[in-house]
Design a protein around this ligand. Structure first.
Ligand code: ADP
Ligand code: ASP
Ligand code: MG
Length: 451
């Protein structure tokens, strides 16, 4: 089956995040938004805001062996949903459908709570319930409102491989199979975040993964556009949670947006841009609370604004490696990177001198093993935990003068551990201790955007 033969020509994929579906009146306004233009869409929903956190916290209680605490949290969560339904549906039939959904899924939560031993498998099933609930509740609401709609179960088409990576071609095939029997509907609703692993178990695309779901679907169907609807008017030039006076950026290239997402701009899951870029599908960021705001358009196109935005990636570990001169310089680098490859641990920043290499990683699962293998041929200093990569994104063509000076001048009072400039034309990265993060972001904002 070819997915392009099944769906209509100009399908868009719209994703709504937790706050966008978190209240009954929000759900009502997105029903309006998605049907206004009469165009068919695939709508990806996150869990209601707070639900994924609560489900994880129920899991924590269970992992700590505290079943009664887990039950109490589940009861409180259920009460929240019961109230939500009453405010959402306007007919007894609609409400009845919603209540049946909540009854079924909370019975499942109870059965997970009762499972012994409670393992990682059950935990994944537990955190998947947020999206399973929000989508079924919303689709029943669309039915009540007479919208032509169907639910596409993400667990039937969103799959990851042994390396936890989604495989676009497989997703495309499976999606065609899921779409074929419900061809011709106006609105398709599906779960963000959740997927199946090669063992066939329920899994997920990591926190914030609904954005990634949307762009994977957009890539798979070669969508006209992917729209990410959230609680802010687009990608800002700096983290609005930490810096005052930030502003939305109207246009970003795929490369610029990918760097910002990867280096910590929370508005997008780090991998969101990859499938969109691969298939040339534009991504638009929009504000559910203010739909008429322009937002941000991410596409092939770049504008020649010099410095566009700043993002920060937390929980970085820096590893300092010195050659013992057992190996020559090129052999040394090769050995170093073989170790990171073996443990499937991505390296974010690298700096080198004649005899030393410093690298940063954000996955520390295998840190001890990596360190001990490196010690077989190198001397190591104690790693620095709790570092932050500050990433400055823009157009730094080689002939533009003074950008590095501007950046360094803006943060002259902040100690820098590492600097990376020149790897791409879009990125300058700095490593600072977490205690300097807020000062660094504010100083850069001041020096680069407000002067
Ligand atoms: P959703 O639940 O819709 O996925 P998120 O909370 O994941 O929403 O992402 C939106 C939030 O990202 C914003 O409310 C904002 O606080 C935060 N954020 C961090 N950095 C940026 C940035 N550079 N531009 C816009 N928002 C950002
Ligand atoms: N609900 C998931 C989370 O909270 C996925 C998402 O919202 O994108 O991480
Ligand atoms: Mg998000």
């Amino acid at each position: 089956q070819n997915v392009r033969n099944i769906i209509r020509e100009y399908m868009q994929v719209w994703k709504f995040g937790g706050t966008s579906v978190g209240k009954p009146e929000r759900m009502k306004s997105i029903r309006q938004l998605i049907t206004e233009d009469g165009q068919p869409k695939i709508v990806v929903l996150s869990a209601l805001s707070g639900s994924t956190n609560t489900l994880l916290s129920i899991s924590e209680s269970l992992n700590a062996g505290n079943t009664s605490e887990a039950k109490a949290k589940a009861t409180e969560l259920r009460a929240h949903y019961d109230q939500f339904l009453i405010e959402l549906y306007s007919t007894p039939a609609g409400l009845g459908k919603g209540q049946a959904i909540v009854e079924k899924e909370f019975n499942f939560i109870d059965s997970l709570i009762a499972t012994a031993p409670y393992t990682g498998k059950q935990e994944k099933e537990m955190v998947a319930l947020g999206e399973l609930l929000s989508t079924q509740i919303f689709e029943a609401f669309l039915q009540e409102e007479g919208v032509s709609s169907a639910l596409l179960p993400a667990l039937d088409f969103m799959v990851i491989d042994e390396d936890n990576e989604p495989v676009l071609s497989v997703i495309e095939q499976k999606l065609a199979t899921v779409l074929a029997p419900v061809k011709g509907k106006q609105i398709y609703v599906t779960q963000g975040f959740i997927c199946r692993n090669p063992a066939g178990e329920v899994d997920n695309l990591k926190r914030g993964g609904s954005d990634y779901t949307a762009s994977l679907i957009g890539g798979a169907i070669q969508a006209e556009e992917v729209q990410i609807w959230t609680d802010i008017d687009g990608m800002h030039n700096n983290d609005p949670r930490i810096v005052k006076n930030t502003f939305p950026i109207r246009e970003l290239s795929f490369a610029e947006a990918a760097e910002l997402a990867y280096f910590g701009a929370k508005i997008l899951h780090p991998s969101t841009i990859t499938p969109a870029k691969l298939k040339g599908v534009p991504v638009r960021l929009k504000n559910t609370m203010e739909p008429s705001a322009f937002g941000t358009l991410i596409s092939e196109k770049s504008t020649d604004v010099e410095i566009k935005a700043i993002a920060a990636k937390d929980n970085i570990t820096a590893i300092y490696i010195h050659s013992t001169r057992m190996l020559n310089a090129y052999g040394f680098l090769k050995r170093v990177f073989e170790v990171f490859e073996k443990y499937k641990t991505p390296v974010d920043m690298i700096t080198t001198s004649e005899v030393s290499v410093s690298v940063t990683i954000d996955q520390t699962t295998h840190l001890d093993a990596i360190m001990s293998e490196l010690r077989e041929f190198a001397e190591l200093e104690d790693p620095d935990m709790n570092q932050v990569i500050i990433c400055i994104v823009g157009n730094f063509w080689a002939d533009k003068e003074g950008i590095a000076i501007k950046v360094l001048d803006a943060i002259k009072n902040i100690p820098i551990r590492m600097i990376s400039y020149g790897a791409s034309e879009h990125n300058i990265s700095l490593l600072v201790d977490a205690s300097h993060k807020n000062d660094a972001l504010n100083a850069l904002n001041e020096g680069l955007f407000l002067k």
